[in-house]
Design a protein around this ligand. Structure first.
Ligand code: CUA
Length: 330
């Protein structure tokens, strides 16, 4: 091979590498990291991307060089020369990718192990998913339960995920980590938030009609604000059992419109002006919560609303929810 050919292939490689690098860097492929785990995932992403760009650049250069250099002349219909391969080149193009892929798998395995390690003393928060809401239970004497996830910054957190009905998936893009919540199985997820701010849990497993609305707010706060959050509601005296709070944590707003709660979803019938059709309103609402198929509002299908609320909510909570709905009637 002549020196000139090698120089040309090298120039094409650099050009293809620059082009691919611009595409990789100029487009924000990943959200800005807000956790240690996401930092490691980003490292793996860029480690892999740099290798891919290098391979892409060399392959593109050889292709472009060959297309230009060995293009058949017009009217030339003779066969190409018989080529029997080149053992040396075949060894190289097998060995180099093998080394690169092995390197990627080693880095990935280390990152997976680190991202699964919550350290000696993580904060443990229980996450319960159900169609179509998230519920978070915190450790400590206050037994705080909320519909938003509040995390102290720079503290390793171990989430235990549960599902009451079908498979959901917990994902906060800025935290990187993702895991399914599977009925009957306890899965875990480690997150160490590094940036104070507001984020969102997104359900990423198709779980029914309200799937696209199955989100929950996430707040990363400093230690003092977290302690305040834990203690504050406890001293407020069972505020979390108010109808409004149950409406939010049980996920009613994921499917129903109800003006006092500010929800306007149309997956299920509106709760703003319920027509109990002869039954006392309280009784009608209660039945509809625990046994949604008992009475179907015209145009709505059976088996869409979960029938698990008599298990996931206490009698007192259902009473409070019914009262909240009654008071909000137009
Ligand atoms: Cu829960 Cu999708």
């Amino acid at each position: 091979m002549r020196r000139g050919s090698i120089v040309r292939i090298a120039i094409y490689s650099v050009l293809a590498g620059i082009l691919a690098s611009v595409v990789a860097v100029a487009i924000p492929w990943l959200p800005t990291s807000a956790s240690e785990e996401m930092d490691r995932i980003e490292f793996t992403f860029w480690f892999t991307t740099v290798i891919c760009i290098a391979v892409f650049a060399v392959v593109m250069a050889v292709i472009v060089y060959s297309v230009l250099k060995f293009r058949v002349q017009p009217e030339d219909e003779s066969d190409g020369p018989p080529i029997h391969g080149h053992t040396g080149i075949e060894i190289v193009w097998t060995a180099v990718p093998a080394v690169l892929v092995t390197a990627i798998s080693i880095v990935s395995a280390i990152v997976l192990a680190q991202n699964d390690d919550a350290g000696p003393n993580p904060l443990r928060i229980s996450v319960t998913a159900q169609q179509f809401a998230w519920k978070f239970e915190y450790p400590g004497d206050s037994k705080r339960v909320s519909g938003e996830l509040v995390l102290p910054v720079n503290q390793s957190v171990k989430l235990t995920l549960h599902s009451l009905d079908v498979i959901h998936a917990f994902w906060v893009p800025e935290f990187g980590q993702k895991s399914d919540a599977v009925p009957g199985v306890e899965t875990t997820l480690v997150i160490t938030p590094t940036r104070v701010g507001e984020y969102a849990v997104v359900c990423t497993e198709l779980c029914g009609l309200g799937h696209a609305l199955m989100r929950a707010p996430v707040r990363v706060v400093d230690r003092a604000a977290y302690e305040q959050f834990l203690a504050g509601e406890a001293s407020a005296g069972g505020d979390e059992n108010s109808g409004a709070n149950i409406y939010a944590t049980a996920g009613c707003g994921g499917c129903h419109a109800f003006e006092p709660a500010g929800s306007d979803s149309q997956v299920g019938p509106s709760l703003d002006a319920v027509d109990p059709g002869g039954t006392p309103l309280e009784e009608y609402l209660r039945t509809s919560i625990v046994d949604p198929n008992e009475v179907l509002v015209g145009g709505y299908q059976p088996d869409v609303m979960p029938n698990t609320y008599d298990k996931s909510l206490s009698d007192e909570q259902i009473d409070a929810l019914v009262q909240y709905l009654v008071e909000g009637q137009k």
